[in-house]
Design a protein. Structure first.
Length: 140
């Protein structure tokens, strides 16, 4: 028996498969490597495997392979193997991958618009915590 669909105040009852997909996609997009590869491909277009590796600092060849494979499975990238010597493999975003990159762009816009507020909130939190820690430890 399928799980009951969740209802939110301003949203109609949702298909549990959609909820599961959203959770999975958020997990994948929240992965730093997927994000960096999406950003690289949206900015630079179709790239060879090695070009992506150079454009994404710190990614290992194994992680690049795993991430691109999962992105291909999800329909986010197209992998093209050129039958030449040495073999060449190119990757480019699909329309689906492009729309995901655009959707995630909203997070970048939000971050840029709210950077100062986040910094101020963090500083206030850190100050309150430091004051609280000092009060607990007593006079110096």
């Amino acid at each position: 028996m399928p799980a009951a669909a969740t209802t939110h105040a301003n949203y109609p009852e949702m298909d549990p498969r959609v909820e599961a997909l959203v959770t999975e996609v958020i997990g994948r997009v929240a992965d730093k490597w997927t994000m960096l590869i999406l950003e690289t491909l949206i900015e630079q277009g179709e790239l060879r495997f090695t070009q992506i590796g150079k454009a994404v600092p710190g990614i290992s060849q194994k992680m690049l392979t795993q991430t691109l494979r999962q992105m291909e499975r999800d329909g986010l990238v197209i992998r093209t193997i050129h039958a030449i010597i040495p073999p060449r493999v190119d990757y480019k975003l699909t329309d689906l991958g492009g729309t995901l990159a655009e959707a995630f762009c909203g997070v970048w816009i939000w971050a840029a618009a709210n950077l100062e507020r986040i910094d101020a909130a963090r500083a206030a939190f850190d100050n309150r915590r430091a004051d609280s820690d000092a009060a607990r430890s007593g006079p110096a």
